[in-house]
Design a protein around this ligand. Structure first.
Ligand code: FES
Length: 157
């Protein structure tokens, strides 16, 4: 093989994460180790970059499963290069914007719940037990502006 490899402690120190974090990433299939003759974990140098990508993606709110799928989709399971990262960041930025938009609408709609407590299936913009609005469409239809209760509807409870 001939590659320079690093112990889990060395990787943790260089990448600025805990050893337990590396073990966790590995258990989720995000990074991979080799075993030396003493059956100890060893990591190739490019694991540092993989950990950097994982940490950056996590800061963007990307789930570990989404990260794993994205990394697995790279040709030959290669470590993301600058171009790969740029493409991933663009995709995840779009997802982040969608989430911000969703959370903004959620935040705006929850104001009618403050001090209310009705949890009405008909008018509460948050409560939607048993997905009774499924017939209205996919996704968070109650958060769409057209489904938002008016102040009068909210007051009726
Ligand atoms: S609790 Fe949400 S509108 Fe009443």
């Amino acid at each position: 093989m001939g590659d320079i490899t690093f112990s889990v402690g060395q990787v943790a120190k260089r990448a600025g994460v805990k050893v337990s974090t590396l073990h966790f990433y590995e258990s989720k299939g995000l990074i991979h180790s080799l075993r030396n003759s003493g059956n100890q974990r060893r990591y190739r140098k490019d694991v540092m970059r993989q950990v950097s990508v994982i940490k950056a993606a996590q800061k963007m709110g990307v789930s570990l499963e989404e990260i794993r799928v994205a990394l697995d989709a790279l040709p030959g399971n290669r470590t993301p290069d600058a171009k790969d990262w740029a493409a991933l960041a663009e995709r995840w930025n779009a997802m982040l914007n969608q989430r911000i938009d969703y959370l903004t609408r959620l935040r705006d709609s929850i104001t009618s719940c403050i001090g209310c407590g009705c949890l009405s299936l008909e008018v509460c913009p948050i409560y939607n037990e048993d997905d009774h609005l499924a017939a209205c469409g996919d996704g968070p239809v109650i958060l769409d502006q057209k489904h938002m209760p008016t102040e009068d509807e909210s007051a009726q409870g």
